[in-house]
Write a protein that binds this ligand. Sequence first.
Ligand SMILES: C[S@@+](CC[C@H](N)C(=O)[O-])C[C@H]1O[C@@H](n2cnc3c(N)ncnc32)[C@H](O)[C@@H]1O
Length: 272
Amino acid sequence: MLTQNGMIRLTDEEMKEFSSYLKANYGIDLTKKKQLIEARMHQILAQKKVNSFTDYFKLLKQERPEEIDAMLNRLTTNHTYFMREPKHFDFLRDVILPMQEKVNAGKEFSVWSAGCSTGEEAYTAAMVIRDFFAFRKWDFKILATDISTQAMEGAKAAIYHKDALSNLPPVWLKKYFVKKADPYYALSEDVKKDVIFRKFNLMDPFCFTKPFDLIFCRNVMIYFDQPTKDKLIEKFYHALKKGGYLFIGHSETVQRGITAFTYIKPSVYRKG
Ligand SMILES: C[S@@+](CC[C@H](N)C(=O)[O-])C[C@H]1O[C@@H](n2cnc3c(N)ncnc32)[C@H](O)[C@@H]1O
């Protein structure tokens, strides 16, 4: 069915099928976002020259990775910026890293930015850690993952609009970026090398070789329903070292009573 502006409408049945598929495979709950799906999928349906979502599902069911990636690239919300929710970065600098210096004889520190989008969160963490350790030799690694391949292409290129950088201290802008044609800045190769980007669906089983010291999963679970969030929190718990931290978005919560995490302060949790 077509709307007046040529957009293909989702019937109630199609909406049910599509939202169940998204929830079951990617955790994303768009049950109440019919218009958003129609608007964001419009271009893909036009390119595929299909006349209904039912026809589009037939293509999707062939499970071609490029088809699925195109859909996820359109349906995920990737908004982010450097130094977003800065209290987490203060906590990293003022609490976590000083504690690591005292207790971590191996001088290895690992971070996971889960749902990293275009990389600003992971790169901000890299700058905080670099600045903290300065010339002291620490081996820190940052893994950054997302299901949007398009967002991660942006992360790997690491060319940012000045608006995404407006919360960064000017001294870091000078130290870690090179000005390109206005309004863009390129991140230094050194900081780029601190972060490894991988496509990863948080609904899949976690099979990391080593546990992490710190996991960021901020502004990702807002798109998931409660049972999906609860399961994911449990998986994060097992993916952390004892004493490791989980940061979630400031508008998100972990249900007390159902998690083994210790609540430290809003949006900050510790294992043990
Ligand atoms: C709003 S961004 C958050 C970026 C950053 N963490 C922040 O707080 O600014 C949400 C990201 O979660 C990703 N995402 C959603 N569902 C996911 C899933 N099942 N697995 C991995 N990433 C997912 C989206 O692709 C999107 O890039």
